[in-house]
Design a protein around this ligand. Structure first.
Ligand SMILES: [Zn+2]
Ligand SMILES: [Zn+2]
Length: 244
């Protein structure tokens, strides 16, 4: 079905509509062979709280943006190459239901669909696109992914020293390696994580030690996202980029 649609007029029109909804806030999306598989509103767990975002699944990229006017205008476009994506289901917890993690080498976050059916459709379509892409390119699935950030609200004290209480003055920071919410003194150092940035990024004291001594931990053994029931995950979304 995907291949049949690839050159159809309907597909080109749908992609042109997505492009026009982003306007100048977006990249050109029409390239030969690209197919729009599906679209919909998902709740993205951001650093401060869950927010509605419009998502578009293409056969090679996942695109999302803020909703200015539903079905008419979107901005803050993000484009994620599907080749590097892995997804993981997230257990329901409280109001956060029907969720899964979207993990990439540069950023990882949780999204939630309105129903269990929608969730399983999204997940199976994403998985199908990723496996088709990998099959075509002969590449291996992405092994490494960025830490899923613990939301600010999950931590009232530093998750490393367990002493510093967060206040408007004593601000929260996120370790780029483990995703923990940590205090300033516990995250004074930076380390080069090439998959996330060309410049050294903020890491906590613990991760700095691990990284700089080259200690080989089992992958992500120190990661919050590894806890099976954790749904409380986030990333540096949009407006949060400057305040880590
Ligand atoms: Zn601390
Ligand atoms: Zn850390």
């Amino acid at each position: 079905m995907v291949d049949r649609l690839a050159n159809s007029e309907a597909n080109s029109k749908r992609i042109a509509v997505v492009e026009s909804c982003f306007g100048t806030a977006g990249q050109p999306l029409a390239i030969p062979g690209r197919v729009l598989i599906g679209e919909g509103v998902l709740t993205k767990l951001c650093r401060k709280k869950p927010k509605a975002r419009q998502f578009f699944l293409f056969n090679d990229i996942l695109v999302y943006g803020n909703i200015v006017i539903q079905k008419k205008k979107y901005n803050k476009q993000h484009i994620i190459p599907l080749e590097s994506v892995t997804i993981d289901t997230v257990a329901d917890e409280g109001d956060l239901r029907n969720g899964w993690l979207i993990k990439t080498p540069t950023k990882s976050f949780a999204v939630y669909a309105a129903t269990a059916t929608e969730k399983s459709e999204w997940m199976s379509h994403i998985n199908k696109c990723v496996s088709d892409l990998l099959e075509k390119s002969g590449k291996a699935p992405s092994g490494e992914h960025a830490a899923v950030w613990v939301p600010d609200s999950e931590a009232s004290v530093c998750m490393r020293c367990q002493k510093v209480k967060f206040t408007p003055v004593s601000r929260r920071h996120h370790c780029r390696k483990c995703g923990f919410v940590v205090c300033g003194p516990c995250s004074e150092k930076k380390f080069l994580l090439p998959s996330q940035s060309s410049k050294p990024v903020r890491v906590c004291e613990f991760c700095y030690e691990q990284l700089s001594t080259g200690a080989t931990l089992p992958p992500r053994s120190n990661s919050y996202s590894r806890q099976p029931c954790s749904t409380n995950v986030s990333d540096d979304d949009d407006e949060d980029d400057s305040s880590d």
